[in-house]
Structures are given as C-alpha cells and as structure tokens.
Design a protein around this ligand. Structure first.
Ligand code: UTP
Length: 290
C-alpha cells in the first residue's frame, strides 16, 4: 500500500516579477481573489486532499504569509467584543485543528527546484505534494484529490498537466506521453520550456505535484538549468530514469494568477459565483460591457 501523503510544500519565495508593481512589497500569494488570498485557496485544496502538514518555503519579503496563518489576538479580541461571531469563527478556522504550519527559508530565489530542496529536512523520507498558489485551480473535485487517487493506484509520483496552445510551450514544462494516453498515463519524458517545434506534446505541467522523496536526491545533483535556476522539471526528468511518474489531465480550470490576465479572469469567475456579491456583480458586469 502506498504511504499516505500528509505533507505539502508551498514554494512562495519567488519574486513575482510578472505582477509588478503589486508584488514589490506584497507577496503575490497574498493577492486576494474576491476576499481570500491565493495562498489560502491552495491551502484549502491541500487540506481537502488529506494534507495535515503545510510547509511554506518563504523569503524575507513574504512575512505576511506567516501572519495570515498565525493567530491575530487583537483582531480576535475585537471581533469577540463586537459580537461578530461569524467573522471570528472564519478567522479562527483559516488553519483547522490538527493541521500544522512549518516555515522554511529559501535564502535566494534560485528556482522552484531549489525551493523544494530547501524543505528536504522537514519532509524527510515521505512522499509529499507541491502546490504553487499562483495556479488557482477551480474544480468540483479538488485537483490534488484527483491526483491522490492516481498516486494510491500507482504508488508513483503524479504531475498535473493541461493542454496548451503550441506557441505557449516556452512558458511551461512539457511532458511526452505514449499513444495510450487518455487524459492520464505514464510520463515518458519531460522538458523545461521547449520551443514549439521541440515540444514533445501539447501537455504542459501546472502547479500541482505529488512526488516521492527520491526527488530530493535528484534535486541535489541537477545543475542549474534555464535561467540559471535549479529546475524541478530537470530533477523530474532525472527521476524518470529510475522511477515511474504519472501525468493527469485534471478536471477543472486553471487560472495563472501570477499573470495579470489570469488573475483578472479568476477574480471575475469567482466573483460571479460569490454567495453575497455574485448577483450584484453580474448586473454590474452586464452593464459595463453593454
Ligand atoms: P514562478 O515561475 O511563478 O516565479 O515560480 P516567480 O518568481 O514567483 O514569478 P515571476 O515569474 O517572476 O512573475 C513558480 C512558483 O515557485 C516559487 C514561486 O513563489 C511560485 O510559487 N518559487 C520560484 C520559489 O519559491 N523560489 C524560487 O526561487 C522561484
């Protein structure tokens, strides 16, 4: 039986250059979609999939993330005094009981692979998930839950992918699959940001991974790749030489909230669905575009 996956790494130490100037002093993971920061959506997805240990790989400019998941005594006291029990309850349940937060520093933004490697001591010899909070995935069954099912069936690493237009291949890791691919299957190869003519398929890696602890050995030895960064994709390519990994085209829609357009699309989609604001927002949008 596969070891249960209870640990998740949230690499949040990137510089967020695509979203400047908003991300100059504020972490991009704290950008709200309606009323909740991106990182909280990712944390909720992880908890729904059975994760109980949240490992944040942070940097000096990301303290707001630690504060968000910590107790705010003054706020809670005030809400209690004012009888705002619903708000109090909501604030207190951001991290449910039985779930722990652990923070690890990435001293320099040396790449996603390096950020994951920074969490090695905390993860130990266990399988773990990686969630990139700027990829917000809107799905009936949370994306990580869909991936867990395949992890338990195959006892191997699982990587979420989606179809992209071929001209976008240089923005992503792209996987090669065999002719039996029907939305999921073994990954034959993986390449970081290939040119469209070199891309092995139109299946691009998005920000959700379940990885075996073996990946750390590969992360520790892969040389810096594109952009001089330690690439998680390169370590996965190296892992594939000794272990199987599965790809899954998840059911759901991914919004790249690290880009301004993706962020606006997510805001509109979730805004329209918001229980308190949805109807009014829809009416406003209809008038605004007419
Ligand atoms: P991105 O490629 O989105 O990089 O990283 P970025 O630096 O955050 O944003 P841009 O491209 O400059 O706008 C993917 C994920 O990996 C994390 C980021 O925080 C993001 O969640 N990351 C990236 C790190 O934690 N450390 C790094 O050195 C690089």
């Amino acid at each position: 039986m596969a070891q249960p996956v209870t640990k998740a790494i949230f690499p949040v130490a990137g510089l967020g250059t695509r979203f400047l100037p908003a991300t100059k002093a504020n972490p991009k993971e704290m950008l709200p979609i309606v009323d909740k920061p991106l990182i909280q959506y990712a944390v909720e997805e992880a908890i729904k999939a059975g994760i109980t240990e949240l490992i944040f790989v942070t940097s000096s400019s990301k303290r707001a993330i630690e504060d968000h998941f910590d107790t705010n005594f003054e706020l809670e006291y005030r809400l209690q005094q004012q009888g705002k029990t619903e708000l109090l309850d909501m604030v207190q349940k951001i991290v449910p009981k039985g779930v722990d937060c652990i923070y690890v520093r990435q001293p320099q933004a040396l790449g996603l692979g390096h950020a994951v490697l920074c969490a090695r001591q905390v993860v130990g010899n266990y399988p773990f998930a990686v969630l990139l909070a700027d990829d917000l995935i809107d799905a009936n069954t949370p994306c990580l839950t869909q991936m867990m099912k395949i992890y338990h069936e195959t006892e191997s690493s699982v990587i979420a992918v989606e179809k992209i237009a071929s001209e976008d291949s240089e923005k992503y890791g792209v996987i090669a699959v065999d002719q039996n691919w029907r939305g999921q299957g073994p990954i034959q190869a993986i390449v970081e940001k290939p040119k469209p003519q070199d891309a092995p398929s139109n299946l691009a890696v998005v920000g959700r991974y379940i990885l075996t602890a073996k990946i750390f050995e590969h992360l520790a030895k892969v040389p810096p790749g594109r952009g001089g960064e330690i690439q998680l994709t390169d370590a996965i390519a190296s892992l594939l030489k000794e272990q199987k990994a599965m790809g899954i085209q998840f059911d759901g829609i991914r919004y790249d909230c690290g880009s301004k357009l993706g962020y606006m699309q997510a805001t509109i989609t979730l805004g329209l669905r918001h229980p308190e604001l949805g109807a009014e927002f829809r009416a406003f949008l209809q008038e605004a575009v007419s």
